[in-house]
Design a protein around this ligand. Sequence first.
Ligand code: ATP
Length: 349
Amino acid sequence: MSYKIALYPGDGVGPEVVTEAHKVLEALPVAFDFTLFDWNSGLYASTGRCAPEDYLDRLMPFDAILLGALGDAAKAPDHIAVEPLLAMRKGFDQYVNIRPAVLYEGVDCPLKNVKAGEIDMVVIRENTEGEYTSLGGRHYVGTPNEAAMQVNYFTRMGTERIMRYAFETARKRERRHLTSITKSNALKYSMVFWDAVLADVAVDYPDVTVSPMLVDAAAMNFVRSPRMFDVVVGSNLFGDILTDIAAVIVGGMGFAGSANINPTRKFPSMFEPVHGSAPDIAGRGKANPIAAVLSTAMMCDFLGELDCAERVRAAVRMHLTEGKVRTPDRGGSDSTSAVGDDIVKKLQG
Ligand code: ATP
């Protein structure tokens, strides 16, 4: 049996980091059947789109999708370029976005007195509704009465299932602690509802300790006391913002992998680095591919290839601890592909 994997490198540094992640997957003792989809912002000028109209149908038969990054402002408007990303999350009901943040040995932490291993959290972000539902509109455009409205839409089903996933994740970890990100002091409908669903679901998980935390306090505490976090659950917008902070405190955007999961497996799940297309460094072999490589470990976890997932993480750990090959974000001058090659070497060693 082989796993059918769609490679969707996209824009900017996406192709550079996906090439390295692909190398790592090829080095594992598992049969993967890869198909490359060369869809990106370059298609916009000739087609008015950044992917063909039937892209979801074409991705549907795959077990998993490995995405690089979408967005190249020089070639296509951003909201059109990222449309396939949001469409995959919603169309494939990838309602769980898992974003771990681990401070590895050999990585510089921008925070004072924080050592390797002291940051080890996983943010579970709701991925299909909330603030990113695309409900709303603009009215009286270009007139003095111009108005815009964007609706935050939280369903009980959507909120409950993300809470349950977060509790289940916490239950499997040593500390068994869940922080729920809220703003119920100001958002008195959506976030009061979020807190109420949390309380309802918590009853089924007496073995997990829970603390609600306001999003502004969480932003402060990610920087001030990152050790306090184990599993964190947040809405689409709050999770999006907090995971950029989480990435930076464990070394930068080059270290943060992620998974967009449909736990029912009715649809393919998608794996991608948290970072975007990084136009400032794209095309120069400067991108750190570790975020994309760690995303392949999450893919292996999801496929049930737990041994391979652990081997990839162990190879990354060895590569970082040794610290001989470094992209510029780690103060080195090695290339994206040199890092990929070194990780493969560790994997095979
Ligand atoms: P998006 O809105 O799509 O998340 P963005 O433009 O906000 O994208 P990124 O593309 O993630 O942000 O880039 C943010 C910063 O992080 C940039 O300075 C970029 O160079 C850096 N960066 C992003 N990815 C990497 C990487 N893989 N290696 C090194 N630096 C990176």
